[in-house]
Ligand binder design. Structure first.
Ligand SMILES: [Zn+2]
Length: 302
């Protein structure tokens, strides 16, 4: 079974009426359990990320602001979360979760977190619901401790992975690719190694062709590891995404991406990315397509 990482503390106490659908992390875990995709055998509980892990990406000053809950009002506004103890705890364990999933994928070929993809977090600031850049922290750890040299961050969230792009702008070991909406947050885009900007209203066939072509392009580069940020805010019923991708389109996207790297035996760590669907139940199902696709793939092989 595909290793899946979850921690009860992913659900921070920010109030049920908060714009960010924080409860999705708990509900996703329940759905995956009910559908037999998570069992005792493949569930992994992470430790919080250590300061040593975080400092490979974030400044000491920023880490202590989060640790001591001393962000300014302006910084808190940019982040979008109230900086309270449960948000701090969530930030450390969700980052630890992506680290753990990244390590598990080295053994099993595929592994997923049930959170992660905080791609708007920069070295010294949090933005757009992203405190620590979990994928960046995990990528640097793989390079520092696991002999990995060439990493691809394949980011299909509808928003640009701006923090990730900036963090790795001068890093030869990590290639950042972001396929996102041209007219959407963040207003000031950064330079990824490859940015593909799409117009709002794009539909399945055209979108999947772009994804397919970018995979072909990436296959030439011989990466030895992939992080996949599987944001589902590309969905037609997302509140902020502005794309017109159907549920079936997202399912086909996950199959395209995951099968592509799995066939080449390139380890892949899947993380959630964003999702703000009008329908909460649908949102949970859409996020589960990442884990479902990995599960089906390993299930068929064995
Ligand atoms: Zn997003």
């Amino acid at each position: 079974m595909v290793p899946i990482v979850n921690h009860p503390d992913y659900v921070a106490q920010i109030g049920d009426d908060h714009k960010f659908p924080i409860k999705k992390f708990g509900e996703l875990f329940q759905l995956l359990k009910n559908d037999g995709i998570i069992s005792e055998k493949n569930l992994h509980i992470p430790n919080p990320a250590t300061i040593q892990d975080l400092t490979r990406v974030h400044t000491n000053e920023y880490i202590s602001k989060i640790s001591n809950l001393t962000l300014s009002k302006e910084e808190e506004r940019k982040l979008g979360f109230p900086i309270v103890p449960s948000v701090r705890q969530r930030s450390f364990v969700a980052t630890g979760g992506t680290i753990l999933a990244a390590q598990l994928a080295l053994q099993s070929g595929l592994a997923c977190n049930t959170a992660g993809g905080s791609h708007h977090a920069f070295a010294s600031s949090g933005n757009g619901y992203c405190v620590f850049n979990d994928v960046a922290v995990a990528a640097r750890k793989l390079i520092a401790e696991h002999n990995i040299e060439k990493i691809l961050i394949f980011d299909l969230d509808v928003h640009q992975g701006d923090g990730t792009a900036k963090i790795f702008e001068d890093d030869e070991n990590v290639f950042t690719l972001s396929i996102h909406s041209k007219k959407n947050y963040p207003l000031n885009k950064q330079l990824s190694n490859l940015d593909i900007e799409l117009d709002e209203g794009i539909k399945d066939d055209q979108y999947l062709e772009v994804v397919f072509n970018s995979l072909e392009e990436m296959n030439k580069k011989k990466f030895d590891y992939v992080f996949y940020v599987a944001g589902v805010d590309v969905h037609e019923e997302d509140r902020i995404g502005k794309f017109k991708i159907s549920t079936e389109g997202i399912k086909r996207r996950e199959e395209l991406v995951i099968h592509n790297f799995y066939k080449k035996r390139i380890p892949l760590c899947g993380v959630l990315g964003g999702g703000y669907n009008k329908d909460f139940k649908q949102l949970i199902f859409l996020h589960s397509l990442l884990h479902r696709t990995c599960h089906n793939l390993l299930h068929h092989e064995n």
